[in-house]
Design a protein around this ligand. Structure first.
Ligand code: P1T
Length: 394
């Protein structure tokens, strides 16, 4: 739970200290990896607060406290993946309930709702969540959740969190904000009225592409009680080694996000000046449609940049195969730069949904390498990719 001693400290300090007191037994300054499945009891029910590691583990508890502190929430819960966290929220729903989902949502979130929960009795509507009026129109009496990513994956659209919270609450629904693309350093949705914040901690929070994890943070103790019950009852919990890696990642989150944001902006500006590029999506560009709202609710704009290559699918496939520093890979938010083709990779599950991704779209996760090297890599890949595609067409 949230540690009342921490709020006086700034984000950077809490990232290093919240929930991470030196080990009382040994003085170790880093929270140990409590690699244990169970805990000895003095007598039945007499113990030090831990019974079994699915229910609770001290390394996980430290991570949960730190995440709650960084999102400004009263509680945090950690999961084995972002989708495990998503599923855990969905267990709040019952057959017949309705969810409003972004028209631009992570493919795996869409797949869970469409392929797993819909057959089980959930209904959903996809809507442009950047426009609160559209959301108000789409609300039904049985709408229980409004599920928003901001920035969205992969078009980096920006939804106004405070306005959406008002609309959702007016309709008797909860607002869940997937904050994966911003990180708690850049955006804290609870402060704008969100009920639950979700993270794929696999991404910026872990920051080093070496762990898969998820998290939920909120304020309402009644919601925590149900979700913690689900966390234990369903069992998709992270192991202590993964929690250790996430705590380690958290300590440098602030400085990493500063560099991701600076590099992301420089890459977006570079791309915008290229003939081989048709359109750039980056909320940090002053003329981006989401810029004004993003500037209001985010500290900076992170390192995710999407763009369409001139020449459509063929050009995009060649560009993503031509970078050397940007690895062609799914996922995002690590220190190393990645490039991918959302239509064929991360969002392939949208095929047939009516919300398919533009086949010319390329998504970058701009890392924290030197920005000159990153731009040089993109320059050569664009030249190679778009020329090759043009040669094939001619
Ligand atoms: O991969 P997992 O930790 O289960 O998280 C799922 C998830 C949830 N929300 C958002 C916004 C995400 O981007 C993801 C995972 N996304 C990718 C793997 C990707 O490359 O987009």
């Amino acid at each position: 739970m949230h540690d009342d001693r921490e709020p006086q400290y700034q984000f950077e300090t809490r990232a290093i200290h919240a929930g991470q007191e030196p080990d009382p037994e040994t003085g170790a300054v880093i929270v140990p990896i409590y690699q244990t499945s169970t805990y000895r009891q003095e007598a039945v029910g007499v113990h030090k607060g831990y019974e079994y590691s699915r229910t609770g583990n001290p390394t996980r508890a430290a991570l949960e406290t730190a995440l709650a502190s960084l999102e400004g929430g009263a509680w945090g819960l950690a999961y084995a993946s972002g989708l495990a966290a998503t599923a855990n929220v969905m267990y709040l729903l019952r057959p017949g309930d309705h969810v409003l989902l972004s028209d631009d949502a992570y493919g795996g979130t869409y797949r869970l709702v469409d392929k797993v929960l819909q057959p089980w009795g959930l209904t959903y509507t996809q809507v442009d969540l950047t426009d609160p009026a559209r959301v108000r129109e789409a609300l039904k009496p049985e709408t229980k959740l409004v599920w928003v990513e901001t920035p969205t994956n992969p078009y980096l659209k920006i939804a106004p969190i405070a306005e959406l919270a008002e609309v959702a609450h007016g309709g008797g629904a909860r607002l869940v904000v997937d904050n994966t693309f911003a990180s708690p350093y850049l955006q804290q949705p609870l402060a704008h009225g969100a009920d639950i914040v979700l993270h794929s901690t696999t991404k910026y929070i872990g920051g080093h592409s070496d762990v898969v994890g998820g998290a939920l943070v909120g304020n309402d103790p009644a919601v925590r009680e149900i979700l913690a019950f689900h966390q234990n009852a369903v069992g998709a919990v992270p192991g202590p080694q993964d929690c250790f890696l996430l705590l380690r990642g958290l300590k440098t989150l602030a400085v990493r996000m500063e560099r991701h944001s600076a590099n992301g902006r420089a890459v977006a500006e570079f791309l915008r000046g290229q003939d081989a590029v048709e359109r750039v999506y980056y909320p940090g560009l002053p003329d981006d449609p989401g810029h004004a709202v993003a500037a209001r609710q985010m500290r900076d704009f992170a390192g995710m940049v999407s763009f369409t290559a001139r020449g459509g699918l063929e050009a995009a496939k060649r560009v993503v195969a031509s970078t050397k520093l940007f690895f062609l890979a799914e996922s995002l938010g690590g220190v190393e730069s990645l490039i991918e083709h959302p239509g064929l990779m991360t969002h392939a599950s949208l095929a047939g949904s009516g919300f398919e991704i533009d086949p010319g779209l390329i998504r970058l996760s701009v890392g924290i390498e030197h920005v000159d090297d990153l731009i040089a890599d993109l320059r050569q890949a664009l030249t190679a990719g778009v020329l090759e595609a043009a040669a094939i067409r001619d």
